[in-house]
Design a protein around this ligand. Structure first.
Ligand code: ATP
Length: 270
């Protein structure tokens, strides 16, 4: 359902099975977010406070949202999805109110996971010269910090932030008791791309001629979102050619189409 400023998914369908690679990152997030939700007594017995929030950082399209949704699925938690830039592009005073409402709703829906994508849009470190827009962003950040500090350690509301600009984040966000775990989600290497291709071709009718490791090698620099699109495109070529299975040549065609698209994209002025 769509609540003003956020999207609420009662139970995301994504699971860890839908994530290619990122094994180390999955283990880390399970320890930091899933374990405190499913086995809080482990933390109570040992006498440590579980992390309140985890920050995922890395380039776009690498699976940060996917990972956060899979954690929500695994813990049977509601998934509250918001985007930093949308929280502050509203009217003066709205950002802080939206953050307050977000956390009220998270408590109401608990167990829940609050996912804040593009957290740098509200959490960039401050500069000297502040415009009124900056002050609005500032108020929103203050409200977020207060909300994170304010909620009790019951452990049934967790916050996952995501950014591809960790370098500009305000240190206040990264203090203990806030985002106290930081997990890098990098671009996939060849093994990672192979694993992602496996995920996205799982439901496809793939001919035995396809050398998926070769496809992985030919897609250096591509992210998970690109690989998903390449698999789709290979399927489209197969349909056009009236193949009954997707064969190696369909992948080669898809790759050359994408290579052209990517090159054109990178030539576009930014
Ligand atoms: P952004 O920073 O742009 O929000 P993100 O890192 O959150 O990006 P996702 O939204 O999780 O990226 O990924 C977009 C899509 O790309 C996913 O829905 C999935 O289809 C595919 N994808 C990305 N990474 C992976 C992965 N590791 N395994 C499988 N699919 C992936």
């Amino acid at each position: 359902s769509q609540v003003y400023g956020m999207e609420v998914v009662e139970l995301p369908g994504e699971t860890y099975e839908d994530i290619g690679g990122l094994e180390k990152q999955i283990t880390e997030i399970r320890e930091a977010v899933e374990l405190p939700m499913t086995r809080p007594e482990l933390f109570a017995n040992i006498g440590i406070t579980p992390p309140k929030g985890v920050l995922l950082y890395g380039p776009p399209g690498t699976g940060k949202t996917l990972l956060a949704k899979a954690v929500a699925h695994e813990t049977h938690a509601a998934f509250l999805h918001t985007v930093g830039s949308e929280l502050v592009q509203k009217y003066i005073g709205e950002g802080a109110r939206l953050v307050r409402e977000l956390f009220d709703l998270a408590r109401e829906k608990a167990p829940s996971i609050v996912f804040i994508d593009e957290i740098d849009a509200i959490g960039a470190s401050r500069t000297e010269a502040m415009t009124s827009g900056d002050r609005e962003v500032q108020r929103t950040l203050m409200q977020l910090l207060a909300a994170m500090d304010g909620f009790e350690q019951r452990g049934d509301v967790k916050i996952i932030g995501a950014t591809n600009r960790i370098d500009i984040l305000d240190a206040a966000l990264l203090r203990p008791g806030r985002f106290d775990r930081i997990i890098e989600i990098p671009l996939p290497d060849t093994e990672g791309r192979f694993a992602i291709l496996q995920v996205h071709t799982r439901g496809m009718n793939i001919d035995t001629s396809v050398d998926m490791m070769e496809v992985a090698r030919l897609t250096e620099g591509r992210n998970g979102a690109d690989l998903n699109a390449i698999c789709m495109e290979a399927g489209m070529f197969a349909i056009r050619q009236e193949h009954t299975k997707v064969c190696q040549n369909d992948f080669i065609m898809a790759l050359s189409k994408f290579r052209y698209d990517f090159e054109r994209e990178s030539r576009l002025p930014t």
